[in-house]
Design a binder for this molecule. Structure first.
Ligand code: ACO
Length: 328
């Protein structure tokens, strides 16, 4: 995969719905405890979208902030790429709905489906469209209403996820420049993490609904094992492509799935936890939105200075993995 100077992040934004669901709230819904959730995952609370608030609405709120931060008008966007596994509808793409709501008339728009790796797949896609000259200014989004596909009676999954959106505007820039990217997939393990119903294989029917096939299904232990290896390996690949060593990385911004996965990744990379950004305690796993939200919080908190090397890394359903190295 190519590496080239001159394409960077011009501005970031994020949006978290206001409703907070704490571990203590979950104790009243399923047989679980704050202690179990905290020690197994690091999550304390997560945000839930309102009933009438959809993935596209959260994406638009995050996008407006990123557009403002980057000094970009919606009508100046050439492309919108939206990563999600919880689109407003199976089709048309949520990106098209976002384009309409933003008034980004000139932009072509499409979704990418790479689950928790989605934001980095979107970032890499936009980066390459800009490098090729097809687009100059791109809006990259990761937005999820995971609460709409969670079985709130299944304690194995309902404690892990939350809703939200992250955004970045990309364009020609020497600041926050993309140094290298690495993407990978393994469809052989697709069944470990999926929503089995509602597609062409098992169209929605009374039977699929009765079987709960419209909910997210996960083999947690297997996904955990995969994640620990894939996150570190993806980051190592991208770091090496940038001509760097893990010790050159000032900040690791990992997908926020589980603190134990994050800690294991940092350990494999021999990075101390002071060099790792964590906000999963507040938001849980927001899938495609996670890295975008984290990136925006890193920017808002002023954690980086020009020249710092940053590693973004994620894994997700597919299975998929991705890493992007930035020079701040
Ligand atoms: N509260 C209390 N007990 C629970 C809960 C809960 N919320 N959930 C599960 N348990 C029980 C299980 O039933 C099991 O009981 P049993 O031994 O009687 O069968 C016990 O706790 C232990 O479960 P384990 O599976 O051993 O727990 P583990 O340490 O593996 O942690 C977890 C489970 C947190 C799900 C972990 O496996 C994990 O984080 N996996 C990765 C998940 C992930 O990151 N997914 C991201 C992908 S998201 C995407 O791409 C959309």
């Amino acid at each position: 995969m190519s590496e080239a100077p001159g394409v960077g992040i011009l501005g970031t934004g994020s949006y978290l719905p206001s409703r907070v669901l704490s571990n203590f709230d979950l104790e009243k819904m399923v047989e679980t405890s704050d202690e179990w959730i905290r020690t197994r995952t690091g999550i304390r609370e997560r945000r839930l979208a309102a009933g009438g608030e959809f993935t596209s609405d959260m994406a638009v709120a995050a996008a407006r902030r990123a557009l403002e931060a980057s000094g970009t008008r919606p009508e100046d966007l050439d492309m919108i790429v939206n990563a999600t596994i919880t689109p407003d509808m199976p089709w048309p793409s949520t990106a098209c709905l976002i384009q309409e709501k933003l008034g980004a008339a000139k932009a072509f728009a499409f979704d990418v489906s790479a689950a928790c790796s989605g934001f980095l797949y979107g970032l890499t896609t936009a980066h390459n469209f800009i490098l090729s000259g097809t687009a100059s200014r791109a809006l990259v989004l990761g937005a999820e209403k995971l609460s709409s596909i969670i079985d709130w009676k299944d304690r194995n999954t309902c404690v892990l996820f939350g809703d939200g959106a992250g955004a970045a505007v990309l364009g020609p820039s020497e600041r926050r420049r993309v140094l290298s990217v690495h993407l990978g997939s393994d469809g052989g393990a697709a069944e470990l993490l999926c929503m089995p119903g509602g597609g062409s294989r098992r169209p929605t029917s009374p039977e699929t609904l009765a079987g709960g096939l419209h909910f997210l299904k996960m083999e947690g232990k297997e996904v955990f094992k995969f994640a620990v290896k894939a996150m570190a390996a993806a980051a190592e690949e991208a770091i090496a492509k940038a001509g760097l060593k893990p010790s050159d990385i000032r900040l690791l911004i990992p997908h926020q799935a589980n603190i134990r996965i994050v800690e294991a990744t940092a350990k494999r990379l021999e990075l101390p936890m002071e060099k790792v950004f964590v906000n999963l305690d507040k938001y849980g796993n927001t899938s495609a939105a996670s890295v975008g939200i984290a990136l925006d919080e890193v920017e808002a908190q002023g954690l980086l200075k020009p020249g710092d090397k940053v590693a973004l890394v994620a894994f997700g359903a597919g299975l998929t993995w991705a890493s992007v190295i930035l020079e701040w």
